[in-house]
Design a binder for this molecule. Structure first.
Ligand code: NAD
Ligand code: UGA
Length: 463
């Protein structure tokens, strides 16, 4: 089938950028991104393209080019489903917060709702593509719902997981390491795969488009995230040993990364990984393994999360210990709240957990982040439900400049690796702080020698 109309359900961090690139690279295809969230759609349609709801370097230019030409954002889900030959499902798949699998399994209610809506609306054959990250064998459930509640039309289900990382979404989408498409081995399944291959082939060379069966594709996505997160937990485990032994984790990472079998990427020790997916996807993997009775497999992967939780808690404990075992009523400046640089996403950011620990110790926190809005910071903290929103507001303030955050502070905690942090006037910051002036670099971004020369007491993760 030659695709001329695509619908994407879910205008989030994946749906928005992914469809913007498809629309830019395939001007002959009409791409409509739909969402139930009216505010989000309104923001995608904002006349001022800088106000689109997701910050990603380069994204606003691409949206500006394609929006209104062949890229549309709408809340009319039914109309978009009806028109499209190919429908991406790109809705959220958070960890379940209730019932069986609570705290581990993926909550598939949004996926099921999409499948039911597609079945209800579709009056002709459709290709339905899983773009969301899903437990292996979810396609089976989607197919069952579509076939049993549909109008007698044919559905082909493909798995096409997304590997983009936030902050580099545009480059990752333009120059992907690979595109993975899983589909049925039947003739119809292979035709559906080819239709999607043809879409990507508009800008991705065919040797980078990998086709597999559906289950391999679904499981490869969970596996990729588990391997990536495992590298971070591995280097973070070493960071604690480095701190005890006088080894420097940056030197260790460099030394092992030069081994071509290990490679240099994803060896940056930190206060812990955040983001909406690593933890959720590993918990999901652990749950799946357990549900097949594979307890050793489950325990193996669960350790990645245990190590990450330990790393976040260890960081806040270290601040308290170093500040003479009390931070009560002391001001601590947070540089960064986003879970990584170049994004305004704060989901599962390590900063949230470090702030929570320090507020438990009655510290006062002043946060500066170049892209995260003040309301978001407090919403994140309130979501933990540790104390009242009023109490959080009393103990944590969000300020518009790093200098204001650091003035009179006893310590600075660097929680995101924003490039601009290194360019600050650190002498001015030092002069404005209580002494001794401590810096806890949770991202290994500042230069130890320079910071110590100014007079800071500098500690980084792993050295
Ligand atoms: P998100 O929360 O930013 O966006 C999901 C959107 O889907 C929301 O705007 C929500 O309103 C909408 N939605 C939910 N149910 C709907 C329905 N029935 N009809 C219409 N809209 C509906 O989530 P995200 O970060 O884009 O992630 C989506 C999926 O992609 C997840 O499975 C995630 O694991 C996966 N993923 C995310 C990333 C990432 O970097 N964020 C990368 C790769 C894969
Ligand atoms: C990650 C994967 O990298 C993507 O391939 C995947 O598509 C995505 O998850 C997903 O499925 O959602 P993302 O979470 O956006 O992407 O960002 P990463 O660059 O992977 O960083 C995740 C976290 O790990 C961040 O908090 C980052 O600071 C931390 N990190 C990363 C480290 O602490 N050390 C490193 O060496 C690398």
């Amino acid at each position: 089938m030659k695709i001329t109309k695509i619908c994407c359900i879910g205008a989030g961090y994946v749906g928005g950028p992914t469809m913007a690139i498809i629309a830019q690279k395939c001007p002959h295809i009409q791409v409509t991104v739909v969402d139930l969230n009216e505010n989000r759609i309104a923001a995608w349609n904002d006349k001022n393209v800088e106000k689109i709801p997701i910050y990603e370097p380069g994204l606003s230019d691409i949206v500006a080019e394609a929006r209104g030409r062949n890229l549309f954002f709408s809340t009319d889900v039914d109309a978009a489903i009806d028109e499209a030959q190919l429908i991406f499902i790109s809705v959220n798949t958070p960890t379940k917060t209730f019932g069986k699998g609570k705290g581990m399994a993926a909550d598939l209610k949004y996926i099921e709702l999409c499948a039911r809506q597609i079945a209800k609306v579709a009056k002709d054959n459709k290709i339905v593509v899983e773009k969301s990250t899903l437990p292996v064998r979810t396609a089976e459930a989607i197919k069952s719902i579509l076939d049993n509640t549909g109008n007698g039309v044919q559905f082909q289900i493909l798995s096409n997981p997304e590997f983009l990382a936030e902050g580099t979404a545009v480059t990752d989408l333009l120059f992907p390491d690979r595109i993975l498409i899983g589909g049925d081995t039947s003739v119809e399944g292979q035709d559906a795969i080819q239709s999607l291959v043809d879409v990507y082939a508009n800008w991705v060379s065919e040797d980078k488009i990998l086709t597999t069966n559906v289950w391999s594709s679904e499981l490869s996505k969970l596996t990729a995230n588990a391997f990536l997160a495992q590298r971070i937990s591995s280097i973070n485990a070493m960071s604690e040993l480095c701190e005890k032994t006088g080894a420097d984790v940056n030197e260790v990472a460099r030394a092992i990364g030069m081994d071509s079998r290990i490679g240099p990427k994803f060896l940056k020790s930190s206060v812990g990984f955040g983001g909406s997916c690593f933890q959720k996807d590993i918990l999901n993997l652990v749950y799946i393994a357990k549900s097949y009775g594979l307890n050793e497999v489950a325990d193996y992967w669960e350790q990645v999360i245990i190590m990450n939780d330990h790393q976040k808690r260890r960081f806040s404990s270290k601040i308290v210990q170093t500040l003479y075992n009390t931070v009560a009523d002391k001001k601590i400046a947070f540089l960064g709240w986003a879970f990584k640089k170049d994004t305004n996403d704060t989901r599962e950011s390590a900063a949230i957990y470090v702030a929570d620990d320090l507020i438990n110790e009655q510290a006062n926190i002043a946060v500066f982040d170049p892209k995260v809005e003040a309301d978001k910071v407090l919403t994140d903290l309130n979501y933990l439900d540790t104390r009242t929103a009023d109490k959080n507001k009393e103990k944590l303030t969000v300020v518009p400049s790093p200098y204001e955050a650091c003035a009179n502070a006893h310590a600075i905690a660097v929680l995101t690796e924003w490039d601009e942090f290194v360019t600050y006037d650190w002498i001015r910051i030092y002069n404005s702080m209580q002494k001794p002036a401590f810096v806890f670099d949770g991202r290994n971004v500042l230069n130890r020698a320079e910071m110590e020369k100014i007079g800071f007491v500098y500690q980084s993760v792993g050295s």
